[in-house]
Design a binder for this molecule. Structure first.
Ligand SMILES: Cc1cc2nc3c(=O)[nH]c(=O)nc-3n(C[C@H](O)[C@H](O)[C@H](O)COP(=O)(O)OP(=O)(O)OC[C@H]3O[C@@H](n4cnc5c(N)ncnc54)[C@H](O)[C@@H]3O)c2cc1C
Length: 460
């Protein structure tokens, strides 16, 4: 008789957990996966997927305006939020169903309920019972961090609720300076909501290249978003006409909705990790080695709960590497270098490799190639949107160590650039690539002049 109920028990059916469970089950292992909410996790249910649909919805307002310059006569368009919500939810239900079927087809058992560890080999699942497993994978993701001590915090929503607002607000205040806050700001703005973005730091998008950060803040303001930097909420008060946000610099602003997107935290609450002796990092994430193994020999963790790079493809690759290592006898560690990322702002951002500031710290001398231009689409429509393309090149080796684009299709452009950069492309090899014309991306392979910022020798 088998010693345990399962070879593998996975806690959390999001991007990382589903990939790992499916592959492990396909190897012939007996696998179960617990999910307390809907199968698919943050990405499918309350992250990348619904947000991309909302991006598409909000972009139309901009397209309607631009189309006039091309001769289209557009009567006053009207956006129907409930119709959008219903269609979005239908598609999300379809995708979640595909995840369930994929798990079932692979032979993994699904347990609906919150799971917690009782010890290193035993899991208790609400309304299901107790199960034992030889190996356990924790893939419980992350969740929004909310400032619970803020007076009036109970009136604020997180990104989770923003996808289900019963009606589209007329005014919204969004607190946060990361990509989630920035993306929601441009989306609500595009849907016609008077939008204020408030961030305690000196600029939006911490961690991105400084030119990209400033460029996006300017573009957001051009589109009518009020960007307030260097201040933070001290209270939220409910009045007869809305919610009044009070800020540390003394000013206040009334809105219908206040949303916090001020960070996410690994979701380990109530997981019983301490009962199994699993150690956390000082930031509260599950501590793992390069094979995603915790300090407990039979327990692994992948995805946002480990707080390495919190992106869907990374969680998937970590889950895949875990299955390869443990169930296919192919020790594999996912390489977290040169992971490209996108911000689905308007205009969007694509970025891979080092920012200029990080490159100067890590590589010493670097050359910068930079272009700012009006995308062709706006050539005669009067739009004042500008694109920005930037390359960071390590002088000693001529290697392209950073590539950053703000502009139409930036995310699609960067996926391709990331391939070359992962292969260690040099600027000479990069320049040998012939341009595709007329495109925005051709600027990337035609930038020859090194950029010298004003004040560093260049004459204006
Ligand atoms: C608004 C938003 C936009 C995003 N946009 C992007 C994007 O454009 N591109 C990108 O790459 N990434 C994006 N992300 C990040 C991406 O969603 C995450 O990196 C990814 O989902 C992480 O996958 P995971 O498997 O680690 O966790 P998750 O997908 O969060 O899955 C964890 C699952 O575990 C379940 N769970 C937790 N605890 C338990 C328990 N005790 N018992 C049972 N089940 C449990 C949860 O319900 C959840 O379903 C976005 C995130 C947000 C919030």
């Amino acid at each position: 008789m088998a010693k345990y109920d399962y070879d593998l028990f996975v806690i959390g059916a999001g991007s990382g957990g589903v990939r790992a469970a499916r592959l492990a089950a396909m190897s012939g292992a007996k696998v179960a996966i617990a999910e307390e909410d809907r199968v698919g996790g943050t990405c499918v249910i309350r992250g990348c997927v619904p947000k991309k649909f909302m991006v598409y919805a909000s972009e139309f307002s901009h397209h309607f305006k631009t189309s006039k310059g091309y001769g289209w006569v557009v009567e006053t368009p009207r956006f129907d939020w409930p119709v959008f919500l219903a269609e979005k939810d239908k598609e999300i239900a379809r995708l979640s169903g595909i995840y369930v079927r994929n798990l079932q087809n692979a032979g993994a058992e699904l347990a609906h309920g919150k799971a917690r560890l009782i010890d290193a080999h035993t899991v208790e699942i609400d309304k299901v019972g107790t199960r034992s497993a030889d190996k356990i994978l924790v893939s419980t993701g992350g969740r929004p961090w909310m400032p619970k001590d803020l007076p009036g915090a109970e009136f604020a929503i997180s990104s989770n609720e923003a996808f289900h607002l019963p009606e589209l607000p007329k005014r919204i205040v969004i607190a946060g300076g990361g990509y989630i806050a920035g993306e929601f700001a441009v989306r609500f703005n595009g849907l016609g909501v008077e939008t204020t973005l408030v961030h305690r730091g000196p600029n939006v998008l911490r961690g991105f290249d400084d030119d990209i950060r400033s460029h996006l803040a300017e573009e957001m303001e051009k589109r009518g978003i009020t960007v307030v930097l260097g201040t933070h909420h001290t209270a939220i008060e409910k009045t007869a006409t809305g919610l009044v946000s009070r800020f540390s610099d003394g000013h206040e602003r009334e809105s219908d909705v206040v949303m916090f997107a001020v960070g996410r935290e690994p979701y380990v609450e109530g997981l019983g990790l301490e009962k199994a002796g699993v150690k956390l990092t000082d930031k509260g994430a599950v501590a793992v080695d390069e094979y995603s193994r915790t300090n407990v020999e039979n327990i692994w963790a992948v995805g946002d709960v480990t707080d390495r790079i919190n992106l869907t493809p990374v969680a998937i690759r970590e889950g895949h590497a875990f299955a390869d290592t443990v169930f296919y006898d192919r020790p594999t560690s996912f390489d977290h270098e040169m992971v490209a990322s996108a911000v689905f702002s308007q205009p969007p951002i694509g970025s891979v490799g080092l920012s200029e500031a990080d490159a100067r710290k890590q590589c010493g001398k670097v050359d910068i190639y930079l272009a700012r231009l009006k995308p062709m689409k706006y050539a005669f429509t009067g739009g004042d949107e500008r694109a920005l393309l930037k390359l960071v090149v390590e002088c000693a080796t001529e290697t392209v160590v950073g590539c950053h684009v703000v502009g139409p299709d930036a995310q699609e452009i960067l996926q391709m650039a990331a391939i070359a950069m992962k292969m260690g492309v040099t600027k000479t090899q990069w320049d040998a690539t012939c341009a595709v014309h007329p495109t925005l991306s051709e600027e990337l392979v035609t930038m020859r002049e090194k950029y010298v910022p004003l004040g560093l020798g260049q004459v204006a």
